[in-house]
Write a protein that binds this ligand. Structure first.
Ligand SMILES: NC(=O)c1ccc[n+]([C@@H]2O[C@H](COP(=O)([O-])OP(=O)(O)OC[C@H]3O[C@@H](n4cnc5c(N)ncnc54)[C@H](OP(=O)(O)O)[C@@H]3O)[C@@H](O)[C@H]2O)c1
Length: 241
């Protein structure tokens, strides 16, 4: 168990990459605080982790709401003493021609993917500084490294998330806070199969699995005295780089 008793708060843990990562982190001994909006999915996750002998807690919160974010952080620190690892994974997107996106879509995507990352970092970093360090993992995307058609707003939100990662890494590494961006390509989840795509499309068949990304999350979370991982880029075998 390489992450024994590390207090780990992970957002978007109710399904997909977040759920798989929560399970993988718990298997390594981490105490997982699983955040999302859907109580029943979080309860099922906690049940699965506990049945396997792990430790987890469900926290219902909307990551776009600053008061709910702060409460989830404050409650975790009050109950468990600290946050060693923060995984900003909650996200949303979609695949539609540029001219079909609305202002409401823009605000929702930016709030879910980018603002939430900023809010959690802002609220967790003071606790990490007090504790002498910590690890932040932002689940970004290859769409944060290059633009893709039909995904303009999503790409903008993910470029911004990577900018936050790079800036925070440079600002805080000397105080032992490590900040990592994980950039998956296509991953077979609700997100990739949803809005604007059809399950069964040939392209989706060879996508990475949520468990593949979860392995990268664990790798980034492992303690290392002399190294920090700033960026991990992943590609499914059916996708060029
Ligand atoms: N799948 C891909 O192809 C792919 C590729 C690269 C990067 N990513 C990134 O990976 C991350 C996870 O995506 P996924 O594929 O696992 O998607 P997913 O299956 O749709 O899961 C998204 C998660 O985010 C949560 N969430 C969404 N909005 C939220 C909000 N306002 N407050 C709290 N939780 C919220 C959802 O939970 P609730 O609905 O219960 O709140 C869910 O747990 C995202 O950041 C995504 O951009 C995905």
């Amino acid at each position: 168990m390489r992450l024994k008793d590390k207090v780990t708060l992970i957002t978007g843990a109710s399904r997909g990459i977040g759920r798989a990562s929560a399970i993988a982190l718990a298997k390594e001994g981490a105490t997982v605080v699983a955040v999302a909006r859907t109580q029943k999915d979080l309860d099922a996750l906690v049940g699965e982790i506990e049945a396997a002998g792990g430790k987890a807690k469900a926290v219902v919160a909307d990551v776009t709401d600053s008061a709910q974010v702060k409460k989830s952080v404050d409650d975790t620190v009050a109950e468990l003493g600290r946050i060693d690892i923060l995984v900003n994974n909650a996200g949303m997107g979609g695949y539609r021609p540029f001219l079909e996106w609305t202002e409401e879509d823009y605000d929702q995507i930016m709030a879910t993917n980018t603002k939430s990352t900023w809010l959690y970092c802002k609220d967790v970093i003071p606790h990490m500084l007090k504790a002498g360090g910590g690890q932040i993992i932002n689940v970004a995307s290859v769409a944060g490294l290059q633009g893709y058609p039909s995904e303009a707003i999503y790409c903008a939100s993910k470029f911004a998330q990577i900018a936050l990662t790079q800036a925070l890494d440079r600002e805080f590494f000397e105080r032992n806070i490590k900040v990592t961006a994980i950039c998956p390509g296509g991953v077979e989840t609700h997100f990739a199969l949803g809005d604007g795509r059809t399950a069964g499309e040939d392209k989706l068949k060879g996508f990475s699995t949520a468990e593949d990304v979860a392995e990268a999350v664990v790798m980034a979370a492992l303690p290392r005295e002399r190294t920090r991982i700033v960026n991990i880029i992943m590609r499914p075998m059916n996708e060029a780089s």
